[in-house]
Design a binder for this molecule. Sequence first.
Ligand SMILES: [Zn+2]
Length: 83
Amino acid sequence: MSRPPRPHEPMRPLWRCRACGAQWPCQPARLSLLVQYRHDRAGLLVYLATVMSEAAAQLGQLGGPVRPAELTERFLTWARARD
Ligand SMILES: [Zn+2]
């Protein structure tokens, strides 16, 4: 019996991946977002900006240092179209 794979979703408020434990969005999560939004890059960036501000607020409440540049890199930079 094999279990269905766990989706790579964020565990709030830690923002670690529920499936692999990496900082979310982990590689598999990024890939599936790119697939999901493949015809709507602007929509992807809007979504990521939304979850980024949620993550910033929740991580801030945990008392850890929240560096805006790091969050931008983690949530947005990889998703920007490069061509
Ligand atoms: Zn993951």
